[in-house]
Design a protein around this ligand. Sequence first.
Ligand SMILES: [Zn+2]
Length: 376
Amino acid sequence: MNEYFIYPGIGKIVLVSKNVFYKELQDKLVKLESEELKLIDRLFNNYSEFLLSKFLMDLLDSNSKLAKFNNDTFRYMLEFIEDLIPEKYRDTFYENLKTLEIESGIEYVPLNEEESKNKLNMGGYCINYNRLVIYKHTIDGLTEYAKSCENPDEVFGREINRLFFHELLHMASSSFDKETGVITSGFGDSVSLMNRGLTEGFTELLSMISIPGTLEINSFYYPFILLSKQLVYLVGMDVMMKSYFGTHDTRLIEKELNKIENNEGFSFGLLSNIESSFMIKENLGDVKQTFMGSAQNLMVYYFEQKMIKAIEERSISKKEVEELITDFENSLIAPEILSLNKLNSENYVGIDKSLNAFRSSKEYILSLLNEAQLKG
Ligand SMILES: [Zn+2]
């Protein structure tokens, strides 16, 4: 039997001889169209140069400070990011790329003794200097960690790329106004609200989607990856992308939430709970707090309302409802997940309550679904 795989949208792709793929159509093997061939090629040579648009390549060449990073992997990441950004919001990315500086492997000097006792900063993107930094201790730490794995080189490569990707996403979604001193980044700005929790969670979510196989559970931001994922199910990826790369606030997100339930107190509450939860964890560490649980509880509430509405309006199929329930359920923060993320699950008051709320919601939605007898 031949090896094969399913390419979503094309169908069954069969390997007929070395590097030659055909597709199966009504039990017959037929040649792929040239557009399809390109897609398959991209799968197996996804670091190759032809992916990079001429425009991006010229930009990269024009910035001499990036010469030593101008390799296949780096170009692949840039291309991927360019594709992610809604077209009308790409200027920030192009502008920043022209002058971006990268420093990798430099020694981190703690600001004071207090800081040196805590977990050191891994690196980051300095918005006002347009500089991306990955510290030496981070690279050393990753090397050590990779050594404990079966395939150290692969693990190291993947994790370091994820780190770079995360910071490059900040670069693509941040700007600094020299005149006013205002910083804009992801879902916020330094004048109104930074929304750092959502920004970090979503940045990490995007970098994990882009570099598959990375260990999400090890992420320092894991609970916030999950919260931003839940939000994606409520308001849609489109709204998240426009807010993150374009408007740099949460107005569009709130507008979508208010469509589900017209209550500004709720939508505002949800976003400020995420932020408070993040800032407490970031600044105080793993201490007792209710914000994470409350944020998730509100997410569950919105999810239930959204499903009820969709079923009532018959704007969704049975299968879609069932899939959404599973996807949403898989993105919930649970005590076991907090423990795997090396947090004390007892510190996150209200997480259990939100999980119970989800279980009742699920039952209720499924009962509505049975009554409604939606098609498919
Ligand atoms: Zn970050």
